[in-house]
Design a protein around this ligand. Structure first.
Ligand code: PAF
Length: 279
């Protein structure tokens, strides 16, 4: 496995692989890697010849400067873990390497950015669009792998791929959880002990909610989930939404067509966690 710091070196290595007819897969990350990321790298390696991973904490997608400051950074450990997962190339660029000049592009993701994370974290998806498009331009992969914990992000990336006409297949991969049910996230490392102990209550509630669909209206189920989570003194919901899995349109009736997914954002102390479950 090679660790690469400049886009020129990465680009020429990948060009070489492509000339040999190899399929190149890409896993963009912000580091502080856990088994969720490693499952993406493994999925990538299973379906491509070459697995490229980027580790870059992208400043343009943080709407809260404090969140950016405290975001965990563990580059040496990340490189070790990536090696064990079968990664071929790790790209660890500096901020200047990715943004030699300020990126002033404004994406229009339409309705997709008006709900949930888009509504609560203004500018977040614009920053995601900026960095992922820059990384796609450098890596030019055949396939790119994203975790479904960031459910809305997957919809945004697919939309961006269509808008910018990238010839890249987007592969969503299942959420990986701790045995407790807590969805793996780099932010879990920042949880205080009591919050960490209580955070599995989020997924436990989502699982119970799945069994209540036949008994309650959409509005009542949202209310039930909100109260059930907020009854735990260590947790506070920011939003609870039930949306269509592709359009992200907020569902009002169970008889609306399509697969439905419950998405939540929950504060565990100062740390904001997201999770979702397909109904
Ligand atoms: O999901 C993430 O970790 C980030 O949003 C991504 C896709 C790596 C872009 O910085």
């Amino acid at each position: 496995m090679k660790v690469i710091y400049t886009k020129n070196e990465l680009f020429s290595l990948i060009e070489g692989y492509k000339k040999e007819g190899k399929c190149v897969g890409f896993v963009p990350t912000m580091g502080a890697l856990h088994n969720g990321h490693l499952s993406l790298v493994k999925a990538c390696k299973n379906s491509c010849d070459i697995a490229v991973t980027s580790v870059f904490v992208n400043p343009t997608q943080f709407n809260d400067p404090e969140d950016l400051k405290r975001y965990p950074r563990t580059p040496e450990k990340d490189a070790e873990l990536l090696k064990t997962a079968g990664c071929d190339l790790v790209f660890m660029p500096s901020v200047e390497e990715i943004y030699p000049e300020k990126d002033t592009r404004k994406f229009d993701f339409g309705y997709l950015e008006t709900v949930m994370e888009g509504a609560k974290r203004p500018g977040h998806f614009n920053g995601v669009g900026q960095v992922v498009s820059r990384l796609f331009d450098i890596v030019q992969p055949h396939k790119a792998f994203f975790g479904m914990k960031d459910f809305q992000q997957v919809a945004i990336i697919k939309n961006m791929v269509n808008q910018l006409k990238y010839n890249i297949e987007i592969i969503p991969c299942p959420i990986v959880r701790e045995e407790s049910g807590l969805a793996l996230s780099s932010r879990n490392a920042l949880l205080e002990e009591e919050h960490k102990k209580n955070a599995p209550h989020i997924y436990a509630t989502l699982k119970k909610a799945r069994n209540l669909v036949a008994e309650m209206s959409v509005a009542d189920l949202k209310k039930w989930i909100t109260e059930e989570i907020n009854n735990n003194p260590y947790l506070e919901t920011e939003y609870v939404e039930i949306v269509d899995d592709t359009t992200l349109k907020v569902i009002e009736n169970w008889n609306e067509k399509g697969t439905k997914v419950v998405c939540v954002a929950v504060y565990a102390g100062k740390i904001r966690l997201i999770d979702n479950i397909i109904l």
